[in-house]
Design a protein around this ligand. Structure first.
Ligand SMILES: C[S@@+](CC[C@H](N)C(=O)[O-])C[C@H]1O[C@@H](n2cnc3c(N)ncnc32)[C@H](O)[C@@H]1O
Length: 269
């Protein structure tokens, strides 16, 4: 696998280190510590293996659910791999798998990433589209810049968000991809409604900006897309498929709808 893109190096700070308020960033840790690293070496592999069996030692004062979450993170092979390979999120591997299966990210491609933070999908998109490509993204969470992208920090559901994104994109898109997910409530019907609303809004936007032949990807919940979304996809794209990448946790109901060949009935709906 090719290496992820290198990010701008920062000059070392002089004097007292500046404190960054990281609580509100998508990474939840200082950007410097998340800088892209080299391809995994045997040392990185060894570290990864060691971390696979990591236990959470400092659990005092932490809720059981938080301890279990932390333990799962530390022992998740994709989290370990993302850290070793310099990806900002384990989610990057979901896009890598979708790309391997459907091949929609091409050199020079123009990509819109909806729900981009902390930036794993952006990194993959930049790598695959190369220097002649264009990647724009949006998230309401703050995230450190990803070299080769233009990012907007705002809620995609805000009425002015689509126009702001279009300004950034400055032309048609080859791919509109949405990994947007609202925080889960645990109430399945509510979570389902929320994720489908995000997917439908993403499709509204995709229909406005996609170039003929373009691709739309959205996170949906298991059971696939709802009939209304599916009907629209089938009417406007030549092929519609669902996929659950291996990197998507088995106990998560998420999966992705991938619609290719935009424009079948463009303008007639
Ligand atoms: C699963 S994460 C995306 C991970 C990302 N694909 C990556 O590889 O790093 C989902 C993101 O969707 C964002 N999101 C959810 N609803 C949103 C909205 N209405 N507007 C903008 N971003 C939203 C969340 O803030 C979150 O960062």
């Amino acid at each position: 696998m090719a290496q992820p893109p290198k990010e701008r190096s920062k000059s070392p700070r002089r004097g007292k280190p500046k404190r960054t308020n990281i609580a509100r960033t998508a990474l939840g840790t200082e950007p410097e510590k998340r800088g892209l690293k080299k391809k995994p070496t045997s040392t990185a592999d060894q570290t990864a293996k060691r971390e696979l069996t990591e236990k959470v030692k400092t659990a005092r004062g932490r809720k059981l659910s938080s301890t279990l979450w932390l333990q799962r993170q530390l022992n998740d092979p994709y989290v370990v791999r993302a850290r070793a390979e310099g990806y900002r999120s384990r989610a990057a591997y979901k896009l890598i798998e979708l790309q391997e299966k459907f091949g929609f990210l091409r050199p020079g491609g123009r990509i819109v990433d909806l729900g981009a933070a902390p930036g794993g999908w952006c990194q993959v998109a930049v790598r695959e589209t190369g220097a002649s490509g264009r990647v724009v993204g949006i998230d309401y969470l703050e995230m450190p810049p990803v070299e080769g992208t233009d990012l907007l920090q705002m809620d995609f559901l805000e009425p002015e968000a689509p126009a702001r994104l279009k300004d950034l994109l400055d032309g048609e898109a080859d791919v509109v991809m949405s990994d947007m997910a609202a925080p889960t409530t645990g109430h399945r019907p509510t979570d389902h409604l929320r994720i489908m609303a995000l997917a439908e809004t993403a499709l509204d936007f995709a229909e406005e900006v996609l170039a003929p032949g373009g691709t739309f990807i959205a996170k949906v919940l298991q059971g696939g897309s709802e009939k209304s979304l599916l009907d629209r996809l089938k009417a406007n794209f030549t092929k519609v498929a669902h996929a659950k990448p291996e990197a998507s946790r088995a106990d998560s109901a998420e999966m992705y709808v991938v619609a290719t060949g935009f424009g079948r009935q463009r303008g007639s709906s």
